[in-house]
Ligand binder design. Structure first.
Ligand SMILES: C[S@@+](CC[C@H](N)C(=O)[O-])C[C@H]1O[C@@H](n2cnc3c(N)ncnc32)[C@H](O)[C@@H]1O
Length: 289
């Protein structure tokens, strides 16, 4: 790069004081249940500095006041702070459990005419940019075909309106296709051409299965109904014990009696005394009776 085109150095921001850090800690906890330990201080600075610059070099204190007063800015703050990393078919053994055990059992139950019939409801809570709900959509549609009368309803929710908007578009970089087993990729994803070159989009059959809604797992989610499967993976790791406990109670209150709750690989309900039975590590079902 020639000297003339060198980027100007970023103007430095006034440092984040202890009182301001505690203010952010309180606000983020109250709003989202996410606990910013003192070790997260550098992360907070790194993730909101860009926004402060966009706002003309606002100080951390002034931005905190703005976020406290303005609900829209709080959404932006939380969006910047949260980790949205996700993949198609993340933690493949969860999808294998569905394919080998859960879905054959549902099919057998439907064939004998007992149980809940051929209607399936799934909640992807903390869905980020949509890879999780669309992985579920591919597996469910493949194993529970519409021609056999199966209806599938997938609710995909997140705290961040930005990632929800991306998820709703169902459009990803083509490199992500490597995360998807070949037969699902061929059956359900469209390769972009022209202006969409280098991208892939979920086909209409898949998109029709997934609905999107902003739901904060730190609040009462409202009337969502009961689900056969709830995936809430790699979300509760950011919560402290109290907010995690409240969020799990809410998730369980939306799980059908024979439903399954899936958590992320480093999350567990052990030691918290939930009314659940472990099906396999990180997969839970309500205890009977
Ligand atoms: C690391 S991503 C996990 C995505 C996906 N579940 C997976 O496992 O690949 C965590 C997501 O949880 C969302 N999140 C964090 N706190 C939340 C809250 N209080 N309510 C709802 N979603 C939240 C974030 O916005 C982020 O998109």
């Amino acid at each position: 790069m020639s000297k003339d085109h060198r980027e100007a150095p970023e103007p430095s921001l006034p440092p984040l004081g202890e009182r301001e850090f505690l203010g952010y800690q309180r606000l983020v906890y109250q709003e989202a249940g996410i606990w910013l330990s003192p070790a997260k201080r550098a992360l907070l600075v790194g993730r909101i500095s860009r926004r402060l610059r966009e706002l003309g070099g606002l100080s951390f204190g002034a931005y905190l006041r703005r976020a406290e007063e303005d609900a829209e800015e709080r959404v932006r703050l939380l969006d910047a702070l949260c980790t949205h990393e996700t993949h198609f078919f993340r933690e493949p053994r969860h999808f294998e459990l569905l394919e080998r055990d859960v879905l054959p059992r549902w099919r057998a139950r439907a064939d004998t005419g007992s149980g809940e019939g051929r209607r399936v409801r799934v909640w992807s809570a903390g869905c980020s940019t949509g890879e999780e709900p669309f992985s579920l959509a591919m597996v469910l549609r493949h194993h529970l075909p519409a021609e056999e009368g199966w209806s599938i309803d997938i609710l995909a929710t997140d705290l961040s309106t930005r990632v929800l908007e991306q998820a709703r578009q169902a459009l990803w970089p083509l490199e992500k296709s490597e995360e998807i087993p070949r037969h699902y990729l061929r059956g359900y994803m469209l390769r972009g051409v022209g202006s969409q070159e280098g991208r892939m989009k979920a086909g209409p059959e898949l998109r029709a299965l997934v609905r999107f809604q902003r739901v904060n797992l730190n609040d009462e989610p409202g009337l969502l109904g009961r689900f056969d499967l709830i995936f809430c993976r790699n979300v509760l790791i950011y919560f402290d014990a109290a907010s995690k406990s409240r969020a799990v109670e809410r998730l369980l209150s939306h799980l059908s009696p024979q439903g399954l709750l899936f958590l992320g690989h480093s999350e567990s309900l052990s030691g918290l005394g939930w009314r659940v039975r472990t099906v396999t590590p990180t997969v839970y079902t309500p205890k009977r009776g």
